[in-house]
Ligand binder design. Structure first.
Ligand code: ATP
Ligand code: MG
Length: 352
């Protein structure tokens, strides 16, 4: 089911939280709304769900205008951060509840519950109460309950936030598997960039009620439109170095940095103050344009090691290295920046 937000506007009292947002979600797609706390992710999801009335614009499901259609009539499945299962009911009753409300027959409910329980791998848990389940199992029950009515749209608001790291990883791929198997159009609200990148076909990054970029995860990582987007994706994050464009190069005198830039960037911007963004995988020993600094932080992450290198002007660059490194804190190092991979931003943060 295609979803279209057309100049969607939402106010709380005098506060405009979302101002004329346009968003198209393709049929069968899973899309992430990604952004910091308070940027308007849940508000947008609630409007799609029909919990919030809109203050302007339209919401379409397929070709149908659902702007004034109630939540019940929109045929959406919703999973929130807190699973909100009914504690006194068995898993089977929890999952079947939406069908019971619709007055479907006992045998029909049983058949559908069995089918969906098999899909989310909880067929052995149907007689338990929610209190007798782990977080991941409860999450599967919540998903099953959201899916049992065969909704046109699946809406997920931070569904993994209450799970521990291992379960989160497992449920990420499980939700994606179920979304693919059912072909359901899904919207995932999250502030976790890894979750958005690993689960979704496209990501919409939001800032202060606006979508600042919407594209596929890899494209957003490689081609962010601004320093804000570049900083949101990638862990450890991209580092920035301020300087100037001069005669085809990025120049930062105090650290004696000189990096050739592509002609496209330098052509119209000679003399301009800029910031370059360097991702940790493109600042490495032994290759590229070398830049000197002191190792000021080391963190072993098991397979990889993360380094902070502080330059003479105080700027910190980050490096992530797979091979064992001999470097210690306090070492003076000269590592290389891959000139092809740097991103250049103007003083307002827009990508050049
Ligand atoms: N019912 C409400 N009444 C008044 N203001 C609200 C209401 N709900 C949300 N807001 C405000 O709208 C803005 C967006 O809130 P929203 O819940 O959409 O943020 P979010 O992106 O989901 O953040 P988080 O990641 O913290 O959940 C915030 O400034 C919030 O304070
Ligand atoms: Mg929220």
């Amino acid at each position: 089911m295609r979803i279209l937000l057309d100049k969607f506007t939402k106010k709380f009292g005098n506060l405009t939280v979302i101002d004329e947002m346009d968003l198209e979600i393709h049929d069968g797609e899973m899309i992430a709304l990604l952004g910091g706390s308070g940027c308007g992710k849940s508000t947008t999801l609630f409007a799609i769900c029909g919990i919030h009335k809109v203050n302007g614009g339209r919401i379409l499901f397929g070709d149908k205008d659902v702007t004034n259609v109630t939540s019940q009539e929109r045929n959406v499945g919703v999973v929130f951060q807190s699973f909100a299962l009914y504690p006194h009911m068995s898993v089977e009753q929890n999952i079947g509840f939406p069908l019971k409300l619709r007055k479907e027959s006992q045998s029909e409910i049983k058949r559908k519950v069995d089918e969906i329980a098999e899909m989310v791998h909880i067929e052995n848990l149907l007689q338990r109460r929610p209190g007798e389940l782990s977080g991941g199992q409860q999450q599967r029950v919540a998903l099953a309950r959201a899916l049992i009515r065969r909704p046109d749209v699946l809406l997920l608001d931070e569904p993994l936030a209450n799970l521990d790291a291992t379960l989160r990883l497992e449920m990420r791929s499980e939700i994606r598997r179920i979304q693919r198997e059912t072909g359901i159009t899904a919207v995932l609200v999250t502030h976790d960039q890894t979750e958005a990148m690993s689960m979704c076909d496209r990501i919409a990054i939001m800032d202060a009620g606006k979508i600042v970029q919407i594209t596929e995860p890899k494209d957003m990582y490689d081609n962010p439109v601004s320093d804000f987007v570049a900083g949101f994706l990638g862990s450890p994050p991209i580092a920035f170095l301020s300087g100037q464009i001069k005669d085809g190069n990025f120049i930062e005198p105090s650290t004696k940095t000189k990096i050739p830039l592509s002609g496209n960037i330098t052509k119209n911007h000679n003399g301009r103050n800029v910031r370059i963004g360097v991702r940790p995988e493109f600042f490495q020993p032994g290759s590229g344009i070398t830049i000197g600094g002191k190792v000021t932080f080391i963190e072993s992450q098991g397979r990889e090691t993360l380094f902070n290198v502080t330059l003479s002007n105080g700027t910190i660059l980050r490096s992530i290295q797979g091979k064992r490194s001999e470097s210690k804190i306090g070492d003076q190092v000269e590592w290389g920046i891959d000139a092809q991979k740097i991103l250049v931003f103007d003083e307002d943060g827009a990508r050049l």
